[in-house]
Design a protein around this ligand. Structure first.
Ligand SMILES: *[C@@H]1O[C@H](CO)[C@@H](O)[C@H](O)[C@H]1NC(C)=O
Ligand SMILES: *[C@@H]1O[C@H](CO)[C@@H](O)[C@H](O)[C@H]1NC(C)=O
Ligand SMILES: *[C@@H]1O[C@H](CO)[C@@H](O)[C@H](O)[C@H]1NC(C)=O
Ligand SMILES: *[C@@H]1O[C@H](CO)[C@@H](O)[C@H](O)[C@H]1NC(C)=O
Length: 472
């Protein structure tokens, strides 16, 4: 029993020694780690301190109220932009919305830090723009413009060792765009985005488009930009000097040329109005005696045309001039109205003929032969010599022969080629219908040809202009 306890004590002693050794090892390792941690922390603290020191040194005697290179030559601000999106253009409001990344480059010797550190670039957080001089750029003719501040203000400010500054901001701008809708919807619109210095005249600040090293345009448009009604034909850029009473201001202008896509208007207006005109021609194939059918068709088509016209004009500003689409709709309305007029004329002719017939009846008395004659005349009118000349004239000859036989002296009023006979053939309702069946479609087709030729020609000429890109 005693021996056993002795053994355990020995073991415990051994164990204790072991534990102590382990503890010692752990202590040594952790202390090493601690010293390592402290040294790395020290270094990063030093780095922070050094960067802070650089920024503070730069801003120590910096006065942000004074432009760089004051009293010297004007500071040059170079600008380029990335167009992220162009939103729908609104005809009624005459404006368009554009989402851009505006990048401005200028030089401020006061911020050159090459003598302080060998860092290639100094990127600072957004609120630095409140501590250094920033060009007072603003956009002309804007209705609404705002910075984006989710999740933080969308700024980027970088300083090169030689003091060159790169400043990028993300903006959404709704700017007015005066539209010339004379050729609508075959038009090409030019919308401008112009920026200018608000606070400095040309003697102080000068704007120029930034020439990139890789020859890309100073205005780079996102390839995914897709406007529902327009295609972006070209982007031109110019620089101008705006002369005001108070002085001259340097300004940069970007011109977005947008060509309207006709597809929507084809489906929405051109095809329906053409179909309505064609429907109005059905009337020429309906018997002139069925007045309700023809009048109803005529009035329905006219009313549909009027509805179409008003719906086509609803989404457009109330301009005082006539647009191309108005000309086309007017043409359609005139044709639809023409088919009603044609029927009115026919109805009038039927009335006149009925009166004449009654007169003839009264002159001849109510005998059989006269009735027979009238039937023949009706038949004569049906067989129209104009539209099928040979058969018509042959039959007419036959009938005039029989008429001469049966009526004697009375036939003198209907000889073969007198004025009244001609008038009778022209004023025959069925003849009018037959001529309208060919005449109306032909004239409509001719007018359509003229309309589309004129407008596609203008479009082609317009496209030729848009391909020339003005470089400044
Ligand atoms: C900061 O680092 C630069 C070298 O990168 C050194 O010349 C300068 O003395 C440092 N400044 C401070 C305050 O440590
Ligand atoms: C300043 O340095 C950058 C590169 O770091 C260079 O692109 C730029 O041309 C320089 N500007 C001037 C005025 O020397
Ligand atoms: C950029 O344009 C210049 C002349 O306009 C030309 O000489 C040069 O080769 C072009 N560079 C590239 C990368 O296309
Ligand atoms: C503006 O520019 C014109 C020449 O383009 C010059 O005659 C005029 O004096 C300038 N005005 C000011 C205020 O500098």
């Amino acid at each position: 029993m005693e021996a056993f306890t002795e053994a355990t004590r020995m073991l415990n002693k051994n164990e204790r020694l072991q534990t102590a050794l382990i503890l010692l090892a752990v202590l040594v390792v952790s202390s090493k780690q601690l010293s390592l941690n402290i040294s790395s922390q020290n270094r990063s603290f030093k780095a922070y301190a050094n960067s802070t020191w650089i920024v503070e040194t730069l801003l120590k005697n910096y006065d942000k109220r004074i432009r760089p290179g004051v009293k010297g030559s004007p500071s040059e601000v170079r600008v380029d932009m990335y167009v992220a999106n162009i939103w729908a253009m609104e005809e009624v409001k005459m404006d368009f919305t554009i989402d851009i990344y505006l990048r401005q480059y200028w030089r401020d010797e006061r911020l050159a830090f090459a003598h302080l550190t060998s860092d290639p670039v100094l990127t600072l957080s957004s609120n630095i723009n409140k501590q250094i001089w920033i060009p007072s750029t603003y956009f002309l003719k804007t209705k609404i413009a705002y910075f984006h501040d989710v999740t933080t203000e969308n700024y980027l400010l970088q300083i090169q060792p030689n003091g060159s500054i790169f400043y990028s901001i993300r903006l959404t701008i709704t700017t007015s765009c005066t539209l010339d809708l004379r050729r609508f919807p075959h038009d090409t619109q030019m919308c401008t985005l112009a920026l200018e210095s608000y606070g400095y005249q040309t003697t102080d600040v000068w704007y120029a488009w930034n020439p990139r090293d890789d020859n890309t345009s100073a205005i780079y448009v996102n390839k995914d930009v897709e406007l529902p009604q327009f295609e972006l034909a070209s982007v031109e850029k110019t620089s101008v000097i705006n002369k005001y009473n108070i002085g001259n201001h340097s300004s940069l202008v970007a011109v977005f040329k947008m060509k309207r896509r006709i597809g929507y208007f084809l489906i929405d207006t051109y095809v329906p109005s053409t179909i309505i005109v064609i429907i109005s021609w059905i009337s020429f194939w309906i018997n002139p005696d069925t007045a309700p059918a023809r009048v109803a068709l005529g009035i329905t088509t006219v009313l549909t045309m009027t509805t179409l016209i008003s719906s086509a004009r609803a989404s457009l500003p109330k301009v005082s001039y006539v647009k191309a689409i108005d000309w086309y709709l007017l043409l359609c309305l005139i044709f639809v109205f023409g088919s009603i007029l044609e029927y009115t004329f026919i109805a009038f002719m039927i009335n006149v003929r009925n009166k004449n017939n009654r007169k003839v009846l009264a002159e001849n008395g109510w005998n059989g032969s006269s009735k027979k004659q009238e039937d023949k005349r009706e038949l004569l009118s049906v067989l129209d010599p104009k539209c099928s000349p040979r058969r018509g004239s042959a039959l007419k000859r036959v009938f005039s022969q029989t008429e001469t036989d049966s009526l004697g002296a009375d036939t003198k009023t209907f000889p073969e080629k007198t004025e009244s006979d001609k008038w009778y053939l022209i004023s025959n309702p069925l003849n009018i219908d037959k001529c309208s069946r060919i005449g109306f479609p032909l004239t409509f087709f001719a007018f359509n040809c003229i309309y589309w030729l004129v407008h596609t020609k203008i479009e082609l000429r317009g496209r030729k202009i848009t391909t020339t890109n003005v470089q400044s």
